[in-house]
Design a protein around this ligand. Sequence first.
Ligand code: IPE
Ligand code: IPE
Ligand code: MG
Length: 224
Amino acid sequence: MNPLRHVAIIMDGNGRWGLRYKNSRNAGHKAGLNTVEKILKETVKNKIRFLTLYAFSTENWKRPKKEINYLFDLLENFLINRIEELHKQNIKLKIIGFKNFSPKLNKLLSLSEKKTSKNKKLQINLALNYGSKTELIHAFKKIYKNKERVNEKNISNYLQTKDIPDPDLLIRTGNTKRLSNFLLWQLAYSEIFFEKKLWPDFNEKDFNRVIKSYKKIKRNFGNI
Ligand code: IPE
Ligand code: IPE
Ligand code: MG
């Protein structure tokens, strides 16, 4: 049985779900938040230490302003309503990606990170305005500036996932088989599951089915 320390998820399919059932992409984003809650609970139940959720990519700025604003309002309300509870559950929140949102949201994100920084049960890495290529460029620039060696250890150390083990498992919902600039370095040896269901339809049972399959995989890491 493979140990499972870190699950990463590309939560895709909200827009299509919203259009299909409510005639609004934003309704899909709202429904997607319920799935986040479900998966969070299940992650704790499964005693997984790290959960990385892709919530907004550096490329998602291309979307209509109305949708972007709705997404950040959802996030803001989620944090205002839920951070206390997450803190009580010993959950740590870390943002990966560059925090360049409204001053109000930036502050809320920093406060939420600070408040939960010592928590130990589960670490949620929320990828917001995250892009793997930008992250890597940033790392290389730091190595160059500090005149350090270009090697695996140094590159990993300058990524925003420093001190976090690489994901064992990547799940992408929404029936699309691509990485969309997510954790390109960190996913080098992850087991990848592309799920047909749209994110708002994905549930605890699906999550546990994937985990069960993951645990049985023979992970070679180049060996035999
Ligand atoms: C993923 O769902 C969530 C975000 C990118 C914020 P999408 O909004 O990409 O949903 P689809 O892929 O358009 O259905
Ligand atoms: C990836 O989904 C980003 C998030 C889930 C936040 P997208 O829906 O933005 O990916 P592409 O653009 O279809 O590749
Ligand atoms: Mg999408």
